[in-house]
Design a protein around this ligand. Structure first.
Ligand SMILES: Nc1ncnc2c1ncn2[C@@H]1O[C@H](COP(=O)(O)OP(=O)(O)O)[C@@H](O)[C@H]1O
Ligand SMILES: O=P(O)(O)OC[C@H](O)CO
Length: 505
């Protein structure tokens, strides 16, 4: 029977999506379920891995039903995921020993400082391409082994497994305790702080420093090959699972950023800009991460520089959920449009400290420039502008590292529906901003990786051919005004630094 679709599973920070894609890269059907955001204390963010797995299954069921499709129509499954979020589970019971610790969680601050010692944040940078920070999986695994009763002993006996959510979903899909495969791909492994960025193998010395037994670590594979098949009792019996990419790398692939010097920026819970740097890892001098972009089968590994911003869309959620500003995230545009500017207010959402290019765990959020003139509309606008300013900081770092200014920026993710933000983004960057027709590039990238592995697509040229422009914003702001606003933004950032003392969370 001829296969009609590739199924992508996008296990994101706020929801899990299942999407069936047709051969021309169009969406056929979607299933999507949100999961709980668990905040046990200030700075802590957790997810329930069992809820995530249940949601993934249900989302797949919905996508199949809505698409009037069965497993027999599906050529392959690709998995993409929120990266760094760490799950530790028991290989004999299949039960997580603790909730997943999410990438935004800052509880490992002390662990990170202790690991760095006199050498500080750059201790492992030459090996793994990353600064020591709470963001990455390794310190989160150490926290679980240090703090969950019996976990370290169980890990040392070889009973525990670690994975980002790609690995957790794949293990369950392929049978769980009944023979599930324990595998991750190079892009996810490059976010753990445990993988040597040049050799693409686990670094035993760093794992030892973090007290993580090697037996917990999944096998590292390419981003596009058959890892296993859907379990017989599941919804996808025998279907090859053939692609894994961290969600930001998947979006880069789905946006056809295959040439060195091409970049995309994804606007979701946070923002993540990736610049393809070719087949050699480039070390940043300006606060960016060196990461694996993708590896297709046995083709050469492609690397990227990444600027990760922790809080962008989640600031919109925060205004909605914590302050009750509006009912729906999209409504922010309605309020922001009521005013011509932010009325002098600048909102620096350093809720998880500041990520790229600052890497300052001691920062906390601040709303500055307030006068009695400022109202709800100005704050809504300042929140959107914060996303654009943070992106400018990252783009400046990328231009400085690469020496070649970016000509245009491809964008995707939930926030790019916001036209006001897109125009302001082009204005503040002084670069054209381009949105593709299919904005679900994350899921699409994972679908391509899987479809290429099984011959459903021939390769990168198919991805290029399917990419189509959906919208473009050109800069219109005067240079003086752009410079003035960006100068004030940078001043606002300085107000957030050095906030956290030992007795402040
Ligand atoms: N029209 C909009 N304007 C501004 N922000 C939006 C809009 N629509 C969605 N968002 C924000 O985008 C995020 C969702 O984007 P999505 O790409 O689905 O996120 P993720 O993959 O991180 O879960 C949410 O944080 C939400 O607040
Ligand atoms: O799930 P998203 O889209 O918020 O992406 C999360 C990133 O992978 C974190 O590094």
């Amino acid at each position: 029977m001829e296969k009609k679709y590739v199924l992508a599973i996008d296990q994101g920070t706020t929801s899990s999506r299942a999407i069936l894609f047709t051969h021309d890269g169009m969406i056929h059907s979607v299933g999507q379920l949100e999961h709980d955001q668990i905040f046990p204390q200030a700075g802590w963010v957790e997810h329930n891995p069992e809820q995530i797995w249940n949601n993934v299954r249900e989302a797949v069921g919905i996508a199949l039903t809505r698409g009037n499709a069965s497993h027999e129509d599906i050529a392959a499954v690709g998995i993409t995921n929120q990266r760094e979020t760490a799950v530790v589970w028991d290989r004999t019971t299949g039960k997580p020993v603790y909730n997943a610790i999410v990438w935004q969680d800052t509880r490992t601050q002390k662990i990170v400082e202790e690991l760095g010692g006199d050498e500080g944040a750059d201790k492992y940078k030459a090996i793994v391409g990353l600064p020591l920070a709470t963001y990455f999986s390794g310190p989160k695994v150490k926290w679980i082994l240090d703090n969950v009763e019996g976990a370290r002993e169980a890990a040392e006996r070889g009973d525990l497994m670690f994975g980002n959510t790609d690995t957790w979903v794949l293990w369950n899909m392929t049978g769980g305790v009944e023979g599930g495969v324990h595998i991750t791909d190079v892009t996810n492994a490059s976010r753990t702080m445990l993988m040597n960025i040049d050799s693409l193998t686990w670094n035993e010395d760093i794992a030892k420093d973090m007290g993580i037994p090697m037996s917990m670590l999944p096998e590292i594979r390419s981003s596009s090959e058959v890892y296993g098949h859907g379990r017989q009792r599941g919804m996808l019996p025998g279907v090859p699972i053939a692609g894994i990419l961290g969600d930001q790398q998947a979006a880069t692939f789905g946006q056809a950023c295959f040439e060195p010097g091409t970049a995309k920026n994804t606007y979701g819970t946070g923002n993540f800009m990736l610049l393809n740097t070719g087949t050699e890892p480039v070390r940043s001098e300006n606060g960016l991460l060196t990461t694996v972009c993708y590896k297709i089968g046995d083709q050469p590994t492609v690397y990227a520089l990444e600027g990760s911003i922790a809080v962008t869309g989640s600031l919109v959620q925060w205004l909605r959920d914590n302050l009750g500003f509006f009912e729906d995230a999209a409504d922010i545009e309605h309020y922001a449009r009521k005013v011509k500017d932010s009325g002098g207010a600048y909102f620096v959402p350093a809720f998880s400290g500041l990520f790229a290019p600052h890497w300052r765990a001691d920062a906390r959020g601040a709303l500055v420039g307030l006068t009695r003139f400022v109202n709800k509309n100005h704050i809504a606008r300042a929140a959107l502008e914060a996303t654009a300013f943070q992106t400018r900081e990252v783009l400046d770092a990328m231009n400085a590292d690469s020496g070649v200014p970016l000509k245009e920026l491809k964008v995707d993710g939930g926030m790019v529906a916001n036209e006001l933000l897109m125009q302001f983004q082009a204005d503040i960057l002084d670069v054209e901003v381009v949105r593709p027709k299919v904005a679900e590039t994350t899921a699409l990238g994972a679908a391509y990786a899987a479809g290429i592995a099984v011959g459903f697509w021939n390769g990168e040229q198919d991805v290029r051919d399917n990419w189509a422009e959906g919208g473009r914003w050109k800069p219109t702001m005067e240079a003086d005004e752009r410079d003035r606003q960006y100068r004030l933004w940078k001043k606002a950032v300085t107000k957030t630094l050095d906030w956290v003392d030992d007795d402040v969370l």
